[in-house]
Ligand binder design. Structure first.
Ligand code: NAD
Length: 513
């Protein structure tokens, strides 16, 4: 069944072996060595993709630089119209693309569709935005002067993305950058190259149909070495990088050393505070989906539950019960709740975390383990696990990208829970389950959560495109998607115009000749 469904999806997406590696749009290059896209669903090799060579990268950058000259002078609402057409193609291809995301990455088909829906939503947002790239006007202190600011495009935006949201993260960046007048070069994760090829084909068709030049949407493929070509390249003024904190530190240094701009979206260590005034049913749904959805491979996955001691046993038992009902298996089968991890290295990290938490004094209350036998041949399916742990354990302080949930108690007031929640190096998503207005407001106040995302009576996982997305501390500080996140893709210029015959200086300075 899987094979037939995937074969149909690949056909609908017009994926052919000759489009496998590096692309400036309709033009494809494949001179580099090949690497494989392997599905964690069944361990099958889906396709071979060629790694971008330094020579091919050079061609991509030169083509993008040339394209920028055309794209930047096209009025922004017309660029928005191109994004609208791209969106129409995404709507048409939502099912096959969602299926390929599910098969190549391992998330459930529903989540694969959800990811394409996010692309559709950000396109809608970007189309509206293309008429709203506003700057402010200010009152000049000098008579007969007008002062205002405007936003101009930056040039080439380099996008480096992670495996877990193989297509949505690219779209959050690229469609905003496009309406802003930038051209983009995307390096998808080497673990999910085929979804990248599929998106590039969709975009290229739309640009070609509008008689736009090659180079507005470019694709390069390969591992971190290909990413480094961009991070070290002065011709790429902005690098938007999504992935691990380890990667973010390397990218920040490379881009910072040439004083380029970087937008970093890195790891999280997200907690839900569960207070005595909780709604138990909502808490269980939020916590369990947050911890096991996408097999714990979301940057916003719930890693820690900080539960008040007075309700600890009640909440723990309800969550353990819910774990007993989870079905693990092929994510394309909609009856399953949990699919595979991305690869066997991720399985090792998961096993290591469970070993470490016990070594540090934690107690496993829902056993983990790697599944074997029919349907689990890829070796990537694991059982979601729960451990009771302390916040200061070394392993709890780290993001383990797998379904491992840590439970811990707090006593006294909500301030104690907030201190635990903030007591990690990451600062992405956070949540509180409470019907107590004072506790909720304290959690959201200046002395509350230190994360980029703070939710009340919602879990940590998932976000809407309308808000700015990102986090503080080791999460990198970047913001993408909605609100005014578009400003990072543009350069701000302050303009002052004198329409008199005098030349008064600012601050009343006299300079008579
Ligand atoms: P990863 O860091 O291994 O790789 C991410 C991307 O960075 C890949 O494309 C990789 O090739 C590239 N890369 C790695 N080192 C590089 C370097 N030195 N120079 C240039 N490029 C380099 O991450 P992953 O395993 O694919 O994804 C999981 C991680 O991503 C988790 O930590 C997760 O929390 C994080 N993530 C964060 C967000 C967010 O918005 N904050 C969203 C999704 C994922």
């Amino acid at each position: 069944l899987t094979n037939v469904a995937i074969a149909e999806a690949l056909k609908a997406l017009e994926l052919e072996p000759q489009n496998s590696g590096t692309s400036t749009g309709s033009k494809w290059m494949h001179g580099g060595s090949t690497f494989e896209s392997v599905s964690p669903v069944d361990g099958a090799t889906i396709a071979s993709v060629t790694q971008t060579t330094p020579e091919e990268y050079e061609q991509v950058v030169q083509t993008a630089q040339e394209a920028f000259k055309t794209w930047r002078v096209m009025p922004a609402p017309q660029r928005g119209e191109v994004v609208r057409q791209f969106n129409a193609e995404l709507r048409r291809l939502k099912e096959p693309l969602g299926k390929l995301v599910s098969y190549e990455m391992g998330k459930s088909y529903q989540e694969g569709l959800g990811e394409v829906q996010e692309m559709i939503d950000i396109c809608d947002f970007a189309v509206g935005l293309s008429r709203q790239l506003h700057g402010l006007t200010m009152h000049s202190e000098r008579p007969g002067h007008r002062m205002y600011e405007q936003y101009h495009p930056l040039g080439i935006v380099g996008i480096i993305s992670a495996f877990n949201f193989p297509v949505a993260v690219w779209s959050w960046n690229t469609v905003l950058a496009w309406v802003c007048g930038d051209v983009c070069i995307w390096k998808p994760s080497e673990k999910t190259p085929l979804t990248g090829v599929a998106c590039q084909k969709i975009a290229a068709r739309v640009f070609a149909k509008n008689n736009l030049p090659e180079g507005i949407s470019c694709l390069i493929n390969g591992d971190y070495k290909v990413g480094e070509l961009m991070t070290q390249d002065e011709r790429v003024p902005l690098i938007s990088a999504t992935g691990s904190t380890r990667m973010g530190k390397q990218v920040a240094q490379a881009v910072g050393s040439r004083l380029g701009k970087s937008l970093l979206e890195l790891g999280g260590n997200n907690a839900i505070i569960v207070t005595p005034d909780l709604d138990l049913k909502m808490t269980v749904i939020g916590a369990v989906f947050g911890a096991v959805g996408t097999a714990g491979q979301r940057c916003t996955s719930t890693r820690r539950l900080i539960i008040h001691e007075s309700i600890y046993d009640k909440v723990k038992n309800a969550i353990v019960d819910a774990y007993g009902q989870l079905r693990i298996g092929n994510p394309l089968d909609e009856n399953n709740h949990v699919g595979p991890l991305i690869d066997t290295d991720a399985v090792k990290n998961y096993q290591n975390a469970l070993k470490k938490v016990v070594e540090e004094g934690g107690k496993i209350i829902v056993e983990g383990g790697v599944l074997e036998g029919e349907g689990y041949e890829s070796g990537c399916y694991v059982k979601p696990a729960i451990a009771e742990a302390q916040n200061n354990f070394e392993i709890v302080q780290h993001e383990t990208f797998a379904p491992v949930l840590y439970l811990m108690k707090y006593s006294g007031s909500v301030e104690n829970a907030i201190e635990l929640q903030n007591g990690v190096r990451q600062g992405l998503s956070s949540a509180i389950m409470t019907n107590n207005l004072r506790e909720a407001e304290r959690f959201l106040s200046v002395a509350g959560s230190d994360c980029g995302i703070a939710n009340v009576n919602i879990g940590t996982s998932g976000a809407e495109i309308g808000g700015a997305f990102g986090g503080e501390k080791e999460t990198g500080g970047g913001r993408e998607s909605g609100s005014d996140a578009w400003k990072v893709y543009m350069r701000r210029q302050t303009n002052t115009i004198n329409y008199t015959t005098e030349l008064p200086l600012a601050q009343g300075i006299k300079f008579d000749l």
